[in-house]
Design a protein around this ligand. Structure first.
Ligand code: MTE
Length: 306
């Protein structure tokens, strides 16, 4: 698997940001591609004109479905369990430990970590490995902006995200259904892609606990399991980290998990999907339709790197 064809962050980060690490928390990030700034409830402006990154003809999945049909095994394995079981989940105060191959190695409060980062609205197509999909108006900031502030070292090739481990609050962690805590990771160039966002809200509102409050990851060209929820650790690594689903069932869930209609899951086809709320299935698209990420995988055999 080639890991040497992606840019090192020093190639994509202005020198001044590296030199001025100390003041990053105060720094407002530059405006981002294709996103509109949200402040409070600007969501309403877009209500009648849904705009999906890359297309314009997708209807939004209703709030009730986005926040009521969830995968969050820490709160149960049924799609309705997270909404029911996560309501008292405590997300304030929240802290995030940053470690590994990075210059800003310390624990941040949630507020410190997100301060100065531009929160915008991104309407993304989401595709679950189980064959259903949604269109969701997430609110968040580019992971790239955060990574530039944190300053990975020359040896950082991957970034790993770990969900909270708390058996008292997360009853699902008492069951061996997955190895806990939930861990996901990206290659650094995937994490630096402007489509990769850290999400703190949905539909212009604070992220509900069942969707991964207070902060989760979204990588829209990958199957949904890559989007780790309720993140408490961000670690930069030289080698490819172990990830939860890959560790649990390696034959079925790879590290890359790019949406790919040509590579079937061993137990079912990935060629089509059912958009929640629609009756007919629709064809699934390579990279979930986000063609701009294709250069990240140039030269890779995607049937082997599934
Ligand atoms: N993160 C944690 N910590 N635990 C989980 O069980 N499920 C993943 C992902 N992130 C999961 C998780 C899966 S399989 C999917 S499809 C998405 O979250 C679902 O996100 P949503 O409920 O916000 O749609």
């Amino acid at each position: 698997m080639p890991t040497n064809n992606h840019p090192h962050p020093s190639e994509v980060t202005p020198e001044s940001i590296y030199m001025n690490r100390r003041s990053f928390i105060r720094r407002a990030s530059v405006a981002s591609i294709g996103g509109s700034l949200i402040a409070g409830g600007v969501w309403a402006r877009h209500k009648n004109a849904p705009r999906v990154e890359g297309t314009s003809d997708d209807e939004l999945t209703p709030w009730e479905t986005v926040t009521g049909y969830n995968n969050f095994y820490e709160f149960g394995t049924g799609k309705g369990d997270p909404k029911e079981n996560a309501q008292d989940f405590k997300t304030d105060p929240w802290s995030i430990e940053v470690s590994g191959e990075v210059s800003e190695k310390r624990t941040f409060s949630f507020e410190e970590l997100v301060d100065g980062l531009t929160v915008e609205e991104r309407i993304y197509r989401m595709r679950c490995v189980e064959g259903w999909s949604m269109v969701v108006p997430w609110n968040g900031f580019m992971l790239k902006d955060l990574i530039e502030h944190l300053g990975p070292t020359e040896d950082a090739n991957y970034v790993e995200f770990t969900t909270l481990m708390d058996r008292t609050q997360m009853p699902g962690q008492n069951s061996p259904v997955l190895p806990w805590p939930y861990v996901e990771a990206l290659r650094l160039d995937e994490a630096m892609h402007p489509l990769t966002i850290m999400v703190t809200g949905v539909y212009g509102k604070k992220l509900p606990p069942q969707n991964g409050a207070p902060i989760r990851m979204i990588v829209p060209w990958k199957y949904g399991f890559k989007g780790a929820k309720s993140i408490v650790k961000i670690r930069f690594t030289k080698r490819q980290p172990r990830t939860t689903w890959n560790e649990a069932i390696p034959r079925e869930y790879g590290f890359y998990a790019n949406v790919n209609p040509e590579v079937d899951h061993p137990r079912w086809s990935q060629a089509s999907e059912r958009r929640l709320g629609e009756f007919f299935r629709r064809d699934s698209l390579m990279f979930n339709g986000y063609d701009e990420v294709a250069p990240l995988y140039e030269g890779m055999d995607l049937s082997r790197n599934y």
